[in-house]
Write a protein that binds this ligand. Structure first.
Ligand SMILES: [Zn+2]
Ligand SMILES: [Zn+2]
Length: 253
């Protein structure tokens, strides 16, 4: 009887079937076709290519995708006309439903920094106005300290690190902090989301953003309330321009 197995049975139990599939995927995580040459390890070439597909036309301010193509490039959506966000411009890479959402779930729950690097490498940055990348710092949206303790890392921070490297500017995760009670945004409408996050962020003591152009990075954008709340804090502290970029957008049905 062998005394040791190649992979310990306790590790197998801990990981479960899903964990093993994450570690050694046989099929594409989106379309489930068998993986032959996977560009990022988890998705087939066809699915992975969708991430760089054109996303638009969009609201020039918040990046919301319009259903109609009959718009001028500078059109703003109804929400931005009614209540403009505090950021200057926001763009996303892809809709959340699909490959982007599946990749983000891998990043969030399986904790693979390689997923963040692969996602950022695949983004077609030329789709966004050049102004988005003309910044002095990349700033991740902070997560609540309780979540940081339990998860051990901030997924937005991993994306911000990869993006900062790609555009060649420093990443700064010490400017913004999340404070107050940990409140969920899930299921809340736009106005409720805005109330929920209005006082959730503060500037770090001694942080100086005076006159700087900053790029906020998050994993998922829904109404933009979180990015706007972060931008408001940075603008009040003197930031000149605040851009925002997310991997995926939860589009309203
Ligand atoms: Zn696929
Ligand atoms: Zn808009």
């Amino acid at each position: 009887m062998p005394t040791t197995a190649p992979i310990g049975p306790s590790l197998l139990r801990k990981l479960g079937r899903r964990g093993l599939e994450w570690l050694f995927p046989a099929d594409c995580a989106a379309c489930e076709t068998p993986l032959k040459n996977a560009p990022c390890g988890w998705f087939c070439e066809d699915c992975w290519r969708q991430l760089a597909a054109p996303y638009g036309p969009v609201c020039d301010l918040c990046g919301l995708r319009f259903e109609s193509r009959e718009i001028t490039p500078a059109s703003h959506c109804g929400d931005c006309i009614k209540a403009p966000p505090a950021f200057d411009r926001a763009r996303v890479m892809a809709p959340y439903d699909g490959v982007a959402g599946k990749a983000l779930r891998l990043l969030k729950y399986a904790s693979y920094p390689a997923v963040a690097r692969a996602l950022v490498a695949q983004a077609d940055l030329a789709q966004a106005p050049a102004e988005l990348w003309r910044v002095e710092r990349v700033v991740p949206v902070p997560i609540h300290p309780n979540k940081l303790r339990s998860r051990g890392y901030n997924q937005a921070g991993r994306l911000a690190t990869a993006l900062a490297q790609r555009i060649g500017v420093p990443m700064d995760d010490g400017l913004l902090f999340r404070q107050g009670p940990q409140l969920s945004q899930v299921g809340l409408r736009r106005a409720a989301r805005q109330r929920n996050v209005r006082s959730a962020f503060r500037l770090a003591e001694g942080a100086n953003v005076d006159g700087l152009r900053l790029l906020l990075v998050d994993d998922v954008m829904t109404t933009g309330a979180t990015l706007s709340a972060c931008a408001r804090v940075l603008k009040r502290a003197g930031a000149r321009r605040v851009m925002a970029w997310s991997v995926a957008r939860q589009e309203r049905s």
